[in-house]
Design a binder for this molecule. Structure first.
Ligand SMILES: Cc1ncc(C[n+]2csc(CCOP(=O)(O)OP(=O)(O)O)c2C)c(N)n1
Ligand SMILES: [Mg+2]
Length: 623
């Protein structure tokens, strides 16, 4: 039996019957499609989505306002759903498609599944060059969509209808493989989308993609257990894999049984509650001084579901014990092998449960665990001070976090990605629940915040979603406020106005570059630099013009009131607050490798270079 449909109609029908399954729980793999139509997809995928809506096929269409943002929304959705579900994104040819490249990179770097459907120029090439076609004189086969190749974990182009089934099956396999997942790109030439073909009925049967929980190989587990049993100062580093694998309970059980302190990364934050006796907070460049001191002395680092980014390892200076060795539990062999580790390739939950069983009866020296707990008590008092600084005349950003911490419920999700907020959040934020902390800090992409928050709200409509966004990031990508209004997907957006880049400004200063080019100001005719008066920019008015309710706060008390109001409102609300970018922040007692000019005429740079060279001596290869 065959059914005659266009390639786009077949694609839509196929997507509507794909499911994922883990632990016996089944869900739609791709319950919806974000899209922006142009001549590349309006009559292909667009027609197919319209027809699907009319014939009752269950695949909802969401209209994004920028293609990059659509992909961020899909990534935020997938992150919230622990990678068991994602969304597809259809874009027109040329700029519509290449707008998605940044989103693709974000998804791949974060190991988050997203299905991208960029349109492509005619496979028949009869009308070449079409509007927005690259037209490479060296080869007529080159397309702008080739730019997706390095940022996709699977890439294909469907030049003939016959190629569609294999492309789709390959795409679903990669989306649902926790070790391989990331951006999956299937390019669809605009003529092929509209071309009809007689498809075998079986292409459209319900398919369930089983998301595996690979067990630890017994010999690998035994090697890991031997290393851990011999450890005197072990430290667990919990990464995103713990959260995605739903392994928070298993992590906590292991920590309680063995007394091993648990530090975390951005993606792993929330796996253990901030006030659990084993929790020592974030590790690395923006971690807590407690975790960083434990890291410095650790003889065995047990990395679970972490990719060991430079922020986690403080650019390979975090672990200073000369004999330090690593034990890594990771579903991806690539990550598991990092730092010459004793590698256990496995699902995080399976691995943690197996480790706990195999370590039965073994416990760290109680004095070691107690020292960590008492340092945490001191640290928590310092966080309280930062949360209630009383900074004048403008509040400190840390006080905004303190107010958020008070007003938000444990299940309310915060969404962030770039600027000075991620560092402050990793160090100070008290996570109380595994899915309440969505900070994208693998690609740290300005512009993820509101778009990613939209996807988060789609994935968790029963939770309050609170987006924190700096003024710089807001200016890059605020347009999905319109989508949140149109879809009744309520967001609370905290807009932190500090007139430029607090983060890069302070980084620049510490590297001897004198905050050059990091504040938003008029060009000054006297200096010729951008250091004139502040600009007459009103981002809150901008947000209001996009359809959001707006509340402006000048003090911490006003901010707290505004936040309560925003929380209680059913409408997307932007709370604008101005903060002092120069307010003090507690020190992580760590480092981040950002190279400083080796020769310079500026004294500030020369001084920074000398400091840089001294810090760099602590860098180790972990062989
Ligand atoms: C798309 C993108 N471009 C550039 C950067 C580099 N960068 C990191 S933080 C930052 C400034 C962010 O400014 P803002 O959102 O106002 O946050 P603040 O630093 O003031 O907290 C820049 C330019 C980035 N992370 N992402
Ligand atoms: Mg700013």
């Amino acid at each position: 039996m065959t059914v005659r449909l266009t390639v786009a109609q077949a694609l839509v029908r196929f997507l509507s019957v794909q499911y994922s399954e883990r632990d016996g729980q089944e869900q739609r793999l791709i319950p919806g499609v974000f899209g922006i139509f142009g001549h590349g997809n309006v009559a292909g995928v667009g027609q197919a989505l319209l027809q699907a809506a009319q014939d009752g096929t269950d695949l909802r269409y969401y209209l994004g306002r920028n293609e990059q943002a659509m992909v961020h929304a899909a990534a935020g959705f997938a992150k919230t759903r622990n990678r068991l579900q994602t969304l597809a994104c259809t874009a027109s040819i040329g700029p519509g498609s290449t707008n998605m490249v940044t989103g693709a990179a974000l998804a791949t770097v974060n190991r988050l599944p997203v299905l991208l459907l960029p349109s492509d120029f005619f496979a028949t090439r009869v009308a070449s060059p079409v509007l927005q076609e690259l037209e490479d004189p060296r080869s007529y086969d080159v397309s702008v969509n080739d730019a997706f190749k390095p940022v996709s974990r699977f890439w294909d182009r469907v030049n003939r209808p016959e190629q569609l089934p294999a492309a789709l099956l390959g795409a679903m396999r990669v989306l649902t493989d926790p070790a391989e997942t990331g951006a999956v790109t299937v390019c669809l030439p605009q003529d092929v989308q509209a071309e009809a073909y007689d498809w075998p009925e079986e292409l459209f049967r319900k398919r369930v993609w089983h998301v595996g929980r690979p067990f630890a190989e017994p010999a690998a587990l035994a090697r890991a257990v031997a290393v851990i049993r011999a450890a005197e100062r072990p430290l667990i580093v919990a990464g995103g894999g713990v959260v995605y694998s739903d392994a928070a309970e298993a992590l906590v059980a292991l920590a309680e049984a063995t007394g091993i302190p648990v530090a975390d990364t951005h993606a792993g934050k929330g796996a253990i509650r901030w006030d659990h006796p084993a929790a020592v907070g974030g590790v690395g460049s923006t971690g807590t001084p407690v975790a960083n001191r434990l890291a410095r002395d650790a003889d065995v680092v047990i990395g679970v579901g972490t990719r060991y980014s430079d922020f986690t390892t403080a650019s390979r200076t975090a672990f200073q014990n000369p004999g330090v060795t690593f034990v890594n539990l990771n579903v991806a062999a690539f990550d598991s092998a990092k730092h010459s580790a004793t590698s256990v390739v496995c699902d995080a939950r399976e691995g943690l449960v197996a480790l706990r069983g195999a370590l039965e009866g073994w416990h760290v020296d109680e004095a070691y665990a107690e020292r960590a707990r008492s340092r945490m008590a001191d640290w928590n008092a310092e966080v309280d001070r930062a949360f209630h600084l009383g900074h004048q005349p403008l509040p400190a950003q840390t006080e905004i976090l303190g107010a958020l911490q008070d007003v938000l419920d444990p299940r309310d999700v915060i969404v962030q990605a770039a600027g000075s907020l991620p560092g402050d959040l990793q160090m100070l934020w008290r996570a109380r629940e595994p899915k309440a902390y969505n900070v994208e800090y693998a690609y740290s992409c300005m512009g993820y915040e509101i778009a990613g928050g939209l996807g988060t709200k789609l994935a968790a409509p029963d939770r309050e979603v609170v987006v924190l966004v700096g003024d710089g990031s807001y200016l890059m990508m605020a347009q999905e406020i319109v989508t949140s209004v149109a879809e009744h997907l309520k967001l609370t957006i905290v807009l932190v106005q500090n007139h430029g880049f607090a983060s890069i400004g302070s980084l620049s200063e510490s590297l001897g570059s004198q905050r050059f080019g990091t504040s938003y100001r008029y060009r000054n005719p006297d200096t010729g630099l951008l250091d004139g008066d502040t600009l007459p920019v009103d981002l809150a008015a901008n947000a209001a013009s996009l359809g959001a309710d707006v509340l402006r706060a000048k003090t911490v008390e006003e901010f707290r009131d505004a936040l309560e109001k925003a929380k209680a409102s059913p409408r997307t609300t932007v709370v604008e607050v101005e903060t002092d970018p120069l307010a003090p922040v507690p020190s992580p007692d760590s480092w981040w490798d950002v190279p400083v000019a080796e020769v310079a005429s500026l004294e500030s740079t020369q001084k920074a270079r000398a400091e840089y060279e001294a810090s760099k001596r602590a860098q180790r290869p972990y062989l």
